[in-house]
Design a protein around this ligand. Sequence first.
Ligand SMILES: Nc1ncnc2c1ncn2[C@@H]1O[C@H](COP(=O)(O)OP(=O)(O)O)[C@@H](O)[C@H]1O
Ligand SMILES: [Mg+2]
Length: 450
Amino acid sequence: MILVTVFWGSVDELGEETVTTVALKDVTKVFKDGTLAVDSINLDVNDGEFMVLLGPSGCGKSTVLRMIAGLEDPTQGAVLLDGELANDLPPRDRKIAMVFQDFALYPHMTVGDNIAFPLRLAGVEPTPRGERVTDVASALGIGDVLARKPGQLSGGQRQRVAMGRAIIRRPGLFLMDEPLSNLDCGLRAELRAEISGLTRELGVTTVYVTHDQAEALTMADRVAIMRRGVLQDVGTPTQVYGRPATLYVAAFLGSPRMNLLEASVYVHLDRYVTLNLGEQSLYLPWDDIRSRAVAHYHGERIVVGMRAEALTPVSPDSPGDVLRGRIRYLEHHGHESLAFLDIGATAIVVDEMGARLDNPPEGQRGLRRFSSVMQRLTGKAVEAADDAAGGTRTSVLPDPGRHHRRPAELAVRLAPYPAVAAGHPLAVAVRMDALHFFDERGGRIDVGWR
Ligand SMILES: Nc1ncnc2c1ncn2[C@@H]1O[C@H](COP(=O)(O)OP(=O)(O)O)[C@@H](O)[C@H]1O
Ligand SMILES: [Mg+2]
Protein backbone atom coordinates (compact mmCIF):
# COMPACT_ATOMS: atom_id res chain seq x y z
CA MET A 1 0.00 0.00 0.00
CA ILE A 2 2.82 2.37 0.88
CA LEU A 3 4.34 1.82 -2.54
CA VAL A 4 1.17 3.12 -4.14
CA THR A 5 1.37 6.35 -2.23
CA VAL A 6 4.93 6.81 -3.44
CA PHE A 7 4.26 6.38 -7.12
CA TRP A 8 0.99 8.22 -6.89
CA GLY A 9 2.57 11.28 -5.47
CA SER A 10 5.70 11.32 -7.59
CA VAL A 11 4.88 10.49 -11.19
CA ASP A 12 2.43 12.43 -13.21
CA GLU A 13 3.53 12.05 -16.80
CA LEU A 14 -0.01 11.76 -18.12
CA GLY A 15 -0.76 15.14 -16.64
CA GLU A 16 -4.50 14.56 -17.01
CA GLU A 17 -7.27 16.27 -15.14
CA THR A 18 -9.34 13.73 -13.29
CA VAL A 19 -12.93 13.69 -12.11
CA THR A 20 -13.39 13.82 -8.38
CA THR A 21 -17.10 14.47 -7.73
CA VAL A 22 -20.33 13.13 -9.15
CA ALA A 23 -23.81 14.60 -8.88
CA LEU A 24 -27.00 13.04 -10.19
CA LYS A 25 -29.92 15.45 -10.51
CA ASP A 26 -33.37 13.89 -10.98
CA VAL A 27 -31.87 11.18 -13.14
CA THR A 28 -34.37 8.80 -14.73
CA LYS A 29 -33.75 5.94 -17.11
CA VAL A 30 -36.52 4.32 -19.11
CA PHE A 31 -35.30 1.63 -21.48
CA LYS A 32 -36.74 1.28 -24.98
CA ASP A 33 -39.00 -1.57 -23.89
CA GLY A 34 -40.59 0.72 -21.30
CA THR A 35 -38.69 -0.59 -18.27
CA LEU A 36 -38.35 2.15 -15.70
CA ALA A 37 -34.91 1.18 -14.36
CA VAL A 38 -34.01 4.38 -12.50
CA ASP A 39 -36.61 6.78 -11.13
CA SER A 40 -35.66 10.43 -10.41
CA ILE A 41 -32.49 9.78 -8.45
CA ASN A 42 -30.65 12.58 -6.71
CA LEU A 43 -27.24 11.71 -5.34
CA ASP A 44 -24.00 13.55 -4.59
CA VAL A 45 -20.70 11.73 -4.31
CA ASN A 46 -18.03 13.85 -2.69
CA ASP A 47 -14.35 14.09 -3.49
CA GLY A 48 -12.50 11.04 -2.20
CA GLU A 49 -15.67 9.42 -0.93
CA PHE A 50 -16.38 5.68 -1.05
CA MET A 51 -20.07 5.52 -1.98
CA VAL A 52 -21.80 2.15 -2.10
CA LEU A 53 -24.98 1.62 -4.13
CA LEU A 54 -26.85 -1.19 -2.41
CA GLY A 55 -30.01 -3.02 -3.39
CA PRO A 56 -31.37 -6.32 -4.64
CA SER A 57 -30.64 -7.55 -8.13
CA GLY A 58 -32.65 -5.66 -10.73
CA CYS A 59 -33.15 -2.47 -8.68
CA GLY A 60 -31.16 -0.30 -11.11
CA LYS A 61 -27.68 -0.13 -9.59
CA SER A 62 -25.76 -1.02 -12.75
CA THR A 63 -27.87 1.37 -14.78
CA VAL A 64 -26.89 4.22 -12.45
CA LEU A 65 -23.24 3.27 -12.73
CA ARG A 66 -23.41 2.97 -16.50
CA MET A 67 -24.98 6.44 -16.74
CA ILE A 68 -22.13 7.88 -14.68
CA ALA A 69 -19.66 6.14 -16.99
CA GLY A 70 -21.49 7.41 -20.07
CA LEU A 71 -22.40 3.92 -21.27
CA GLU A 72 -26.12 4.74 -21.01
CA ASP A 73 -27.87 8.05 -21.60
CA PRO A 74 -30.27 9.27 -18.94
CA THR A 75 -33.84 9.65 -20.23
CA GLN A 76 -34.20 12.68 -18.00
CA GLY A 77 -32.04 14.59 -15.56
CA ALA A 78 -28.41 15.58 -15.37
CA VAL A 79 -25.17 13.78 -14.64
CA LEU A 80 -22.56 16.24 -13.36
CA LEU A 81 -18.88 15.38 -13.15
CA ASP A 82 -16.88 17.88 -11.14
CA GLY A 83 -19.88 20.16 -11.29
CA GLU A 84 -20.01 20.18 -15.10
CA LEU A 85 -22.91 18.77 -17.09
CA ALA A 86 -21.60 15.53 -18.60
CA ASN A 87 -24.68 14.05 -20.28
CA ASP A 88 -23.14 14.44 -23.73
CA LEU A 89 -19.56 13.65 -22.80
CA PRO A 90 -18.32 10.43 -24.46
CA PRO A 91 -17.15 7.71 -22.02
CA ARG A 92 -13.48 8.01 -23.02
CA ASP A 93 -13.48 11.70 -22.10
CA ARG A 94 -14.78 11.09 -18.59
CA LYS A 95 -11.47 9.98 -17.01
CA ILE A 96 -13.28 7.23 -15.22
CA ALA A 97 -12.11 3.67 -14.56
CA MET A 98 -14.58 0.85 -14.24
CA VAL A 99 -14.30 -2.68 -12.92
CA PHE A 100 -17.02 -5.22 -13.60
CA GLN A 101 -18.16 -8.45 -12.00
CA ASP A 102 -16.84 -10.53 -14.89
CA PHE A 103 -13.47 -8.88 -15.18
CA ALA A 104 -12.52 -9.59 -18.79
CA LEU A 105 -8.76 -9.73 -19.14
CA TYR A 106 -6.92 -10.23 -22.42
CA PRO A 107 -6.18 -13.98 -22.25
CA HIS A 108 -3.24 -13.93 -24.65
CA MET A 109 -1.42 -11.11 -22.81
CA THR A 110 0.67 -11.53 -19.68
CA VAL A 111 -0.52 -10.05 -16.41
CA GLY A 112 2.03 -7.26 -16.81
CA ASP A 113 0.82 -6.41 -20.31
CA ASN A 114 -2.79 -6.50 -19.18
CA ILE A 115 -2.09 -3.98 -16.45
CA ALA A 116 0.07 -1.84 -18.74
CA PHE A 117 -2.47 -1.84 -21.57
CA PRO A 118 -4.21 1.48 -20.76
CA LEU A 119 -0.84 3.20 -20.47
CA ARG A 120 0.28 1.79 -23.81
CA LEU A 121 -2.90 3.13 -25.38
CA ALA A 122 -2.14 6.50 -23.84
CA GLY A 123 1.34 6.43 -25.40
CA VAL A 124 3.35 6.26 -22.17
CA GLU A 125 7.02 5.32 -22.78
CA PRO A 126 8.07 1.73 -21.88
CA THR A 127 10.30 2.68 -18.97
CA PRO A 128 7.89 4.66 -16.79
CA ARG A 129 5.22 2.22 -17.89
CA GLY A 130 7.14 -0.75 -16.53
CA GLU A 131 7.84 1.01 -13.25
CA ARG A 132 4.21 1.90 -12.77
CA VAL A 133 3.12 -1.65 -13.49
CA THR A 134 5.61 -3.00 -10.94
CA ASP A 135 4.41 -0.53 -8.32
CA VAL A 136 0.73 -1.21 -8.86
CA ALA A 137 1.24 -4.97 -9.01
CA SER A 138 3.18 -5.13 -5.78
CA ALA A 139 0.63 -2.89 -4.07
CA LEU A 140 -2.02 -5.38 -5.12
CA GLY A 141 0.06 -8.38 -4.06
CA ILE A 142 0.48 -9.77 -7.57
CA GLY A 143 4.06 -8.64 -8.19
CA ASP A 144 5.26 -12.21 -8.55
CA VAL A 145 2.83 -13.26 -11.29
CA LEU A 146 3.45 -10.49 -13.85
CA ALA A 147 4.81 -12.93 -16.43
CA ARG A 148 1.85 -15.31 -16.25
CA LYS A 149 -1.22 -15.40 -18.45
CA PRO A 150 -4.65 -14.78 -16.86
CA GLY A 151 -5.54 -18.46 -17.34
CA GLN A 152 -2.80 -19.36 -14.85
CA LEU A 153 -4.23 -17.22 -12.05
CA SER A 154 -6.75 -17.79 -9.27
CA GLY A 155 -10.03 -15.83 -9.26
CA GLY A 156 -8.73 -13.45 -6.63
CA GLN A 157 -5.55 -12.80 -8.55
CA ARG A 158 -7.48 -12.16 -11.75
CA GLN A 159 -9.66 -9.64 -9.96
CA ARG A 160 -6.54 -7.92 -8.64
CA VAL A 161 -5.19 -7.69 -12.18
CA ALA A 162 -8.47 -6.12 -13.31
CA MET A 163 -8.18 -3.59 -10.50
CA GLY A 164 -4.57 -2.90 -11.39
CA ARG A 165 -5.52 -2.24 -14.99
CA ALA A 166 -8.26 0.11 -13.84
CA ILE A 167 -6.17 2.17 -11.42
CA ILE A 168 -2.95 2.33 -13.44
CA ARG A 169 -4.10 5.48 -15.16
CA ARG A 170 -4.95 7.03 -11.84
CA PRO A 171 -8.58 7.80 -12.45
CA GLY A 172 -10.22 10.47 -10.34
CA LEU A 173 -13.31 8.32 -10.26
CA PHE A 174 -13.45 4.59 -9.82
CA LEU A 175 -16.65 2.70 -10.65
CA MET A 176 -16.99 -0.90 -9.51
CA ASP A 177 -19.93 -3.12 -10.35
CA GLU A 178 -20.15 -6.12 -8.00
CA PRO A 179 -16.44 -6.79 -8.47
CA LEU A 180 -16.34 -9.51 -5.83
CA SER A 181 -19.52 -11.48 -6.50
CA ASN A 182 -17.77 -14.21 -8.48
CA LEU A 183 -15.30 -14.93 -5.71
CA ASP A 184 -15.66 -17.28 -2.79
CA CYS A 185 -16.55 -16.01 0.64
CA GLY A 186 -13.13 -15.85 2.34
CA LEU A 187 -11.51 -14.15 -0.61
CA ARG A 188 -14.38 -11.67 -0.79
CA ALA A 189 -13.82 -10.57 2.79
CA GLU A 190 -10.09 -10.22 2.17
CA LEU A 191 -10.44 -8.21 -1.04
CA ARG A 192 -13.18 -6.11 0.56
CA ALA A 193 -10.66 -4.76 3.03
CA GLU A 194 -8.02 -4.36 0.34
CA ILE A 195 -10.23 -2.43 -2.05
CA SER A 196 -11.47 0.02 0.54
CA GLY A 197 -7.93 0.39 1.89
CA LEU A 198 -6.49 1.00 -1.54
CA THR A 199 -9.08 3.51 -2.74
CA ARG A 200 -8.79 5.44 0.52
CA GLU A 201 -5.04 5.47 0.31
CA LEU A 202 -5.26 6.80 -3.23
CA GLY A 203 -7.98 9.24 -2.22
CA VAL A 204 -9.89 8.25 -5.35
CA THR A 205 -13.63 8.87 -5.40
CA THR A 206 -15.36 5.51 -5.72
CA VAL A 207 -18.87 4.37 -6.54
CA TYR A 208 -19.19 0.70 -5.66
CA VAL A 209 -22.23 -1.41 -6.52
CA THR A 210 -23.25 -4.47 -4.52
CA HIS A 211 -26.32 -6.42 -3.42
CA ASP A 212 -24.44 -7.56 -0.32
CA GLN A 213 -25.26 -5.52 2.77
CA ALA A 214 -22.19 -6.78 4.61
CA GLU A 215 -19.98 -5.38 1.86
CA ALA A 216 -21.88 -2.11 1.93
CA LEU A 217 -21.75 -1.63 5.68
CA THR A 218 -18.08 -2.56 6.01
CA MET A 219 -16.68 -0.68 3.01
CA ALA A 220 -18.74 2.47 2.57
CA ASP A 221 -18.25 6.01 3.73
CA ARG A 222 -21.90 6.38 2.75
CA VAL A 223 -24.45 3.88 1.48
CA ALA A 224 -27.23 4.67 -1.01
CA ILE A 225 -29.98 2.06 -0.85
CA MET A 226 -32.14 1.49 -3.93
CA ARG A 227 -35.37 -0.38 -4.49
CA ARG A 228 -36.98 -0.70 -7.91
CA GLY A 229 -35.17 2.28 -9.33
CA VAL A 230 -36.00 4.51 -6.37
CA LEU A 231 -33.42 5.79 -3.92
CA GLN A 232 -34.67 4.90 -0.44
CA ASP A 233 -32.01 6.28 1.87
CA VAL A 234 -28.49 7.71 1.83
CA GLY A 235 -26.19 7.95 4.81
CA THR A 236 -23.23 6.59 6.68
CA PRO A 237 -23.50 2.90 7.58
CA THR A 238 -24.31 3.95 11.14
CA GLN A 239 -27.06 6.31 10.00
CA VAL A 240 -28.84 3.95 7.62
CA TYR A 241 -28.57 1.06 10.07
CA GLY A 242 -29.45 3.08 13.15
CA ARG A 243 -32.20 5.19 11.69
CA PRO A 244 -33.50 3.64 8.46
CA ALA A 245 -35.63 6.08 6.45
CA THR A 246 -38.08 3.44 5.27
CA LEU A 247 -39.43 0.07 6.28
CA TYR A 248 -37.64 -1.36 3.29
CA VAL A 249 -34.23 -0.14 4.45
CA ALA A 250 -34.99 -1.40 7.95
CA ALA A 251 -35.78 -4.84 6.58
CA PHE A 252 -32.85 -4.93 4.17
CA LEU A 253 -30.03 -4.09 6.60
CA GLY A 254 -28.89 -6.23 9.48
CA SER A 255 -28.45 -9.84 10.39
CA PRO A 256 -30.61 -11.28 11.78
CA ARG A 257 -33.12 -9.11 10.00
CA MET A 258 -35.00 -6.53 12.03
CA ASN A 259 -38.16 -7.90 13.68
CA LEU A 260 -41.06 -6.01 12.12
CA LEU A 261 -44.30 -6.39 14.05
CA GLU A 262 -47.73 -5.10 13.25
CA ALA A 263 -49.10 -2.96 16.09
CA SER A 264 -52.43 -1.26 16.72
CA VAL A 265 -52.08 2.12 18.38
CA TYR A 266 -54.34 3.23 21.24
CA VAL A 267 -53.84 6.54 22.94
CA HIS A 268 -54.65 6.96 26.62
CA LEU A 269 -54.37 10.71 26.79
CA ASP A 270 -51.87 12.09 29.31
CA ARG A 271 -50.98 8.56 30.36
CA TYR A 272 -49.48 6.35 27.69
CA VAL A 273 -49.75 5.01 24.16
CA THR A 274 -50.46 1.31 23.82
CA LEU A 275 -48.83 -0.65 21.03
CA ASN A 276 -51.02 -3.71 20.77
CA LEU A 277 -49.00 -6.51 19.16
CA GLY A 278 -51.74 -9.13 19.23
CA GLU A 279 -51.64 -11.14 22.42
CA GLN A 280 -49.27 -8.71 24.14
CA SER A 281 -48.74 -4.98 24.34
CA LEU A 282 -45.94 -2.49 24.85
CA TYR A 283 -46.47 0.95 26.36
CA LEU A 284 -44.91 4.28 25.49
CA PRO A 285 -45.19 6.68 28.42
CA TRP A 286 -46.86 9.98 27.50
CA ASP A 287 -43.83 12.00 28.57
CA ASP A 288 -41.74 10.17 25.99
CA ILE A 289 -41.61 12.53 22.98
CA ARG A 290 -42.05 9.59 20.61
CA SER A 291 -45.50 8.86 22.01
CA ARG A 292 -46.77 12.16 20.54
CA ALA A 293 -45.71 11.20 17.02
CA VAL A 294 -47.09 7.70 17.34
CA ALA A 295 -50.34 9.06 18.88
CA HIS A 296 -51.30 10.45 15.45
CA TYR A 297 -51.99 6.84 14.47
CA HIS A 298 -54.60 6.28 17.18
CA GLY A 299 -56.91 3.46 16.09
CA GLU A 300 -54.63 2.55 13.17
CA ARG A 301 -52.00 -0.06 12.53
CA ILE A 302 -48.32 0.76 12.32
CA VAL A 303 -45.16 -1.33 12.11
CA VAL A 304 -42.85 -1.55 15.11
CA GLY A 305 -39.27 -2.53 14.31
CA MET A 306 -36.98 -4.10 16.88
CA ARG A 307 -33.54 -5.44 16.13
CA ALA A 308 -32.24 -8.44 18.04
CA GLU A 309 -29.93 -6.10 19.96
CA ALA A 310 -32.98 -4.36 21.44
CA LEU A 311 -34.07 -7.64 23.05
CA THR A 312 -32.45 -9.18 26.14
CA PRO A 313 -33.51 -12.49 27.68
CA VAL A 314 -34.74 -11.99 31.26
CA SER A 315 -36.33 -14.15 33.94
CA PRO A 316 -40.01 -14.84 33.24
CA ASP A 317 -41.32 -12.76 36.17
CA SER A 318 -39.35 -9.60 35.29
CA PRO A 319 -41.40 -6.42 35.41
CA GLY A 320 -41.36 -3.67 32.80
CA ASP A 321 -41.25 -3.78 29.02
CA VAL A 322 -41.18 -7.54 28.49
CA LEU A 323 -42.45 -9.81 25.73
CA ARG A 324 -43.08 -13.47 26.49
CA GLY A 325 -43.17 -16.36 24.09
CA ARG A 326 -42.21 -19.88 23.29
CA ILE A 327 -39.15 -20.84 21.28
CA ARG A 328 -40.24 -22.12 17.91
CA TYR A 329 -36.74 -23.05 16.78
CA LEU A 330 -33.09 -22.26 17.41
CA GLU A 331 -30.19 -21.58 15.10
CA HIS A 332 -26.61 -22.04 16.22
CA HIS A 333 -24.11 -19.78 14.52
CA GLY A 334 -21.05 -20.69 16.56
CA HIS A 335 -20.41 -17.26 18.08
CA GLU A 336 -24.07 -16.89 19.02
CA SER A 337 -27.37 -18.71 18.88
CA LEU A 338 -30.62 -17.21 17.66
CA ALA A 339 -33.96 -18.12 19.15
CA PHE A 340 -37.13 -17.49 17.14
CA LEU A 341 -40.07 -16.88 19.45
CA ASP A 342 -43.75 -17.25 18.90
CA ILE A 343 -45.19 -14.25 20.76
CA GLY A 344 -48.67 -14.25 19.29
CA ALA A 345 -47.88 -11.25 17.08
CA THR A 346 -48.05 -10.64 13.34
CA ALA A 347 -44.88 -10.01 11.38
CA ILE A 348 -44.75 -7.71 8.39
CA VAL A 349 -42.79 -9.23 5.56
CA VAL A 350 -41.27 -6.69 3.24
CA ASP A 351 -40.74 -7.65 -0.34
CA GLU A 352 -37.01 -7.63 0.14
CA MET A 353 -36.08 -9.48 -3.00
CA GLY A 354 -37.30 -6.74 -5.31
CA ALA A 355 -40.05 -8.75 -7.01
CA ARG A 356 -43.77 -8.03 -7.15
CA LEU A 357 -45.68 -8.73 -3.99
CA ASP A 358 -49.26 -9.00 -4.96
CA ASN A 359 -50.39 -12.60 -5.33
CA PRO A 360 -47.10 -14.27 -6.09
CA PRO A 361 -47.78 -17.55 -7.87
CA GLU A 362 -47.51 -20.63 -5.68
CA GLY A 363 -44.17 -21.76 -7.07
CA GLN A 364 -42.68 -18.37 -6.47
CA ARG A 365 -44.00 -18.25 -2.94
CA GLY A 366 -42.38 -21.60 -2.35
CA LEU A 367 -39.14 -20.32 -3.78
CA ARG A 368 -39.24 -17.25 -1.65
CA ARG A 369 -39.91 -19.33 1.42
CA PHE A 370 -36.97 -21.53 0.42
CA SER A 371 -34.79 -18.52 -0.13
CA SER A 372 -35.64 -17.02 3.22
CA VAL A 373 -34.89 -20.31 4.92
CA MET A 374 -31.62 -20.56 3.02
CA GLN A 375 -30.87 -17.00 3.92
CA ARG A 376 -31.38 -17.71 7.58
CA LEU A 377 -29.23 -20.78 7.37
CA THR A 378 -26.41 -19.24 5.41
CA GLY A 379 -26.73 -15.53 6.04
CA LYS A 380 -26.59 -15.10 2.28
CA ALA A 381 -29.25 -14.02 -0.17
CA VAL A 382 -30.28 -16.66 -2.66
CA GLU A 383 -29.97 -15.09 -6.07
CA ALA A 384 -31.77 -17.92 -7.85
CA ALA A 385 -35.02 -17.09 -6.10
CA ASP A 386 -34.67 -13.50 -7.16
CA ASP A 387 -34.06 -14.45 -10.75
CA ALA A 388 -37.05 -16.74 -10.74
CA ALA A 389 -39.22 -14.01 -9.29
CA GLY A 390 -37.82 -11.56 -11.81
CA GLY A 391 -39.90 -13.18 -14.52
CA THR A 392 -43.03 -11.58 -13.14
CA ARG A 393 -41.51 -8.15 -12.62
CA THR A 394 -43.22 -5.38 -14.52
CA SER A 395 -42.48 -1.74 -15.07
CA VAL A 396 -45.67 -0.82 -13.24
CA LEU A 397 -44.48 -0.36 -9.70
CA PRO A 398 -46.80 -1.64 -7.03
CA ASP A 399 -47.58 0.46 -4.01
CA PRO A 400 -44.21 0.83 -2.29
CA GLY A 401 -45.83 0.32 1.09
CA ARG A 402 -47.29 -3.09 0.23
CA HIS A 403 -46.23 -5.93 2.38
CA HIS A 404 -47.59 -9.21 3.57
CA ARG A 405 -48.16 -10.71 6.97
CA ARG A 406 -47.38 -13.92 8.73
CA PRO A 407 -47.12 -15.13 12.33
CA ALA A 408 -44.12 -13.41 13.89
CA GLU A 409 -41.00 -15.35 14.76
CA LEU A 410 -39.21 -12.88 16.98
CA ALA A 411 -35.44 -13.21 16.51
CA VAL A 412 -33.57 -13.03 19.82
CA ARG A 413 -29.81 -13.37 20.38
CA LEU A 414 -28.63 -15.88 22.94
CA ALA A 415 -25.22 -17.02 24.09
CA PRO A 416 -23.80 -19.86 21.99
CA TYR A 417 -25.45 -23.21 22.62
CA PRO A 418 -27.85 -22.06 25.36
CA ALA A 419 -29.49 -24.45 27.80
CA VAL A 420 -32.90 -24.04 26.16
CA ALA A 421 -34.60 -25.92 23.38
CA ALA A 422 -37.49 -25.53 20.98
CA GLY A 423 -40.76 -25.39 22.92
CA HIS A 424 -39.22 -23.67 25.97
CA PRO A 425 -40.76 -20.43 27.21
CA LEU A 426 -38.59 -17.30 26.97
CA ALA A 427 -39.10 -13.73 28.18
CA VAL A 428 -37.23 -10.79 26.66
CA ALA A 429 -36.87 -7.25 27.92
CA VAL A 430 -37.46 -4.68 25.17
CA ARG A 431 -35.25 -1.60 24.97
CA MET A 432 -38.04 0.84 24.22
CA ASP A 433 -35.62 3.58 23.13
CA ALA A 434 -34.34 1.28 20.36
CA LEU A 435 -37.69 0.78 18.64
CA HIS A 436 -38.39 2.00 15.12
CA PHE A 437 -41.84 3.03 13.90
CA PHE A 438 -43.15 2.93 10.34
CA ASP A 439 -46.52 3.81 8.86
CA GLU A 440 -48.57 1.46 6.70
CA ARG A 441 -46.92 2.79 3.56
CA GLY A 442 -43.47 2.01 4.91
CA GLY A 443 -42.34 5.55 5.72
CA ARG A 444 -40.54 6.19 8.97
CA ILE A 445 -42.68 7.81 11.64
CA ASP A 446 -40.17 10.45 12.54
CA VAL A 447 -40.00 10.88 16.23
CA GLY A 448 -37.11 13.31 16.36
CA TRP A 449 -34.88 10.79 18.01
CA ARG A 450 -31.99 8.62 17.02
N1 LIG B 1 -30.78 -2.68 -21.89
C1 LIG B 1 -31.87 -2.89 -21.15
N2 LIG B 1 -33.11 -2.92 -21.72
C2 LIG B 1 -34.21 -3.12 -20.98
N3 LIG B 1 -34.21 -3.28 -19.64
C3 LIG B 1 -33.04 -3.27 -19.02
C4 LIG B 1 -31.80 -3.08 -19.72
N4 LIG B 1 -30.78 -3.12 -18.83
C5 LIG B 1 -31.35 -3.32 -17.63
N5 LIG B 1 -32.69 -3.42 -17.74
C6 LIG B 1 -33.66 -3.59 -16.65
O1 LIG B 1 -33.55 -2.47 -15.79
C7 LIG B 1 -33.68 -2.86 -14.44
C8 LIG B 1 -32.44 -2.46 -13.66
O2 LIG B 1 -31.36 -3.22 -14.15
P1 LIG B 1 -29.91 -3.09 -13.52
O3 LIG B 1 -29.52 -1.67 -13.48
O4 LIG B 1 -29.02 -4.02 -14.27
O5 LIG B 1 -30.13 -3.64 -12.03
P2 LIG B 1 -29.05 -4.11 -10.94
O6 LIG B 1 -27.70 -3.73 -11.42
O7 LIG B 1 -29.47 -3.42 -9.69
O8 LIG B 1 -29.21 -5.58 -10.82
C9 LIG B 1 -33.95 -4.35 -14.45
O9 LIG B 1 -35.33 -4.53 -14.41
C10 LIG B 1 -33.38 -4.78 -15.78
O10 LIG B 1 -34.04 -5.93 -16.25
MG1 LIG C 1 -26.08 -5.00 -11.82
